[in-house]
Ligand binder design. Structure first.
Ligand SMILES: Cc1cc2nc3c(=O)[nH]c(=O)nc-3n(C[C@H](O)[C@H](O)[C@H](O)COP(=O)(O)OP(=O)(O)OC[C@H]3O[C@@H](n4cnc5c(N)ncnc54)[C@H](O)[C@@H]3O)c2cc1C
Length: 414
């Protein structure tokens, strides 16, 4: 193999990876497999837990987990089908579709297990990078400098690596946000458990989407009775309304989102009132059992390039789609896999990074555009004839079951 670094003719190549979440860990695993030395630098001082909730187990994600060595053992809960329900809780449409639903914590735990702790560095915040043509000097806020052949930016949607390389590339607010939460299975009413709990369920009032499914409990417990229920409620809010929602319980204005414990009580009370007005009984039960609801504003962006010299971006830092497909993790895994493949297949690092950019930058665009297409359901900022056509199509429950978070959606673009 041309790029195999098991070749005796050269020293081991080294990557410095910024971000110790999904794309950083996937990249470390795949680069190590091709013989690279890798170190992951994560800004957080403590282990990453409890960041998200439910994650759709797309086939690409499952394949990447297997190939990375993380595996898919006890990954999550399989649902047999998806259903849409109406205000009275009656099923309006259903589709048999087996899908594994996992959780953010479970994925972080199994990927974290793939890296030698000596190469995973908490409390290291990237500050800037200098490139000298054949490598990078990476500067951290603690004053330390690391040298490597490449820098990988896996530091999320508001990447500091991207902020240095392409400051003009900024996330764009979609015009809607989600209320999320994960009530305990044990707290739910028997009727909720009997009807919607075991399924991938959609409830679609005008300009809103409620989506639920079962996920593992705390400490990834998959035992019936100890699991949780993933709850997502999409709602429309313009930029000014979002700004108002970003004022916290103490009157402090936040820029992007408010940490869950500081979300204003009046917003939660209003959310509960709105839920009482529109939700079927089982969903209302689920909302009211969420101990700490949180708000995630929806942003997306694409970038004209995801490689800048010896700096390569992966995962959310490279391109971030609205979460309608639940493909963020799968993209993190497949970006990392592609980067390692090109670095294995090309002896020259710059050629490999160009090939990575040529493959993944357009794919990132496709995923982001697909997310926007599905977002038309909410009726925000419909600009083109195609937007309006898609919006009209997605007003039917059946179409939403056929389009949202379904496997193999990228096949249509091949
Ligand atoms: C709150 C939340 C909920 C989510 N829910 C879902 C979901 O339900 N389904 C789904 O598919 N996807 C979800 N996502 C998205 C999903 O987590 C990402 O697509 C996936 O984690 C891949 O992300 P990533 O590793 O590229 O970035 P992230 O997970 O955002 O990780 C980036 C990491 O970089 C670190 N970092 C940032 N700046 C620096 C710096 N200067 N120096 C060092 N480290 C730095 C951050 O601390 C963070 O740990 C969610 C993301 C978040 C943040």
């Amino acid at each position: 193999m041309p790029g195999s670094s098991s070749s005796p003719r050269r020293r081991k190549r080294r990557a410095a990876i910024i971000g110790g979440s999904m794309s950083g860990l996937f990249t470390a695993a795949f680069l190590r497999q091709i013989g690279w030395e890798v170190d992951v630098y994560e800004r957080s001082r403590v282990e990453l837990v409890g960041r998200g909730a439910g994650i759709t187990g797309h086939p690409e994600l499952l394949e990447a987990l297997e190939a990375s060595g993380a595996g898919t053992k006890d990954l999550g809960i399989e649902v047999p089908k998806r259903v849409a329900i109406d205000r009275d809780g009656r099923i309006t449409e259903e589709r048999p579709l087996r899908q594994i639903l996992t959780s953010w914590d479970r994925l972080q735990q199994i990927l974290r297990g793939t890296i030698d702790p000596a190469h995973y560095h908490l409390g290291r915040s990237f500050e800037r990078v200098e490139q000298n043509g054949s490598g990078v000097d990476v500067h951290f806020s603690d004053g330390r400098i690391e040298h490597a052949d490449i820098l990988v930016g896996g530091d999320g949607i508001r990447s500091s690596v991207r902020a240095q390389m392409a400051p003009e590339v900024q996330p764009v607010y979609a015009g809607y946000y989600i209320w999320r939460g994960a009530p305990n299975e044990a707290d739910l009413a028997p009727e909720t458990l009997r009807t919607i709990y075991p399924l991938f369920t959609f409830y679609l009032p005008p300009r809103q989407e409620v989506i639920t499914y079962p996920i593992a409990g705390f400490d990834n417990d998959l035992t019936p009775g100890k699991r949780r229920f993933n709850f997502i409620w999409y709602r429309v809010a313009d930029a000014q309304q979002l700004r108002d929602m970003c004022v916290d319980e103490n009157g402090v204005q936040h820029e992007h989102s408010v940490p869950p414990p500081l979300i204003r009580k009046d917003l939660i009370a209003q959310m509960h009132n709105d839920a009482r007005d529109i939700m079927p009984e089982a969903l209302l039960d689920a909302v009211m059992k969420i101990k700490q609801p949180f708000i995630t504003p929806i942003y997306d962006f694409t970038s004209p390039s995801i490689v800048y010299g010896r700096v390569a971006m992966v995962g959310d830092a490279a391109a971030n789609a609205r979460p309608h497909m639940g493909f963020g993790m799968a993209k993190a895994g497949t970006d990392a896999q592609a980067l390692a493949k090109h670095l294995r297949d090309h002896d020259d690092i710059d050629t490999a990074l160009k090939a990575y950019n040529a493959e993944r930058q357009p794919l990132g665009n496709i995923i982001v555009m697909h997310g926007r297409k599905l977002g038309t359901h909410l009726g925000v900022n419909l600009q083109t004839e195609e937007d309006r056509r898609m919006h009209d199509l997605l007003q039917s429950d059946g179409a939403m079951l056929d389009w949202i978070a379904v496997p193999h959606f990228l096949d249509a673009y091949k």
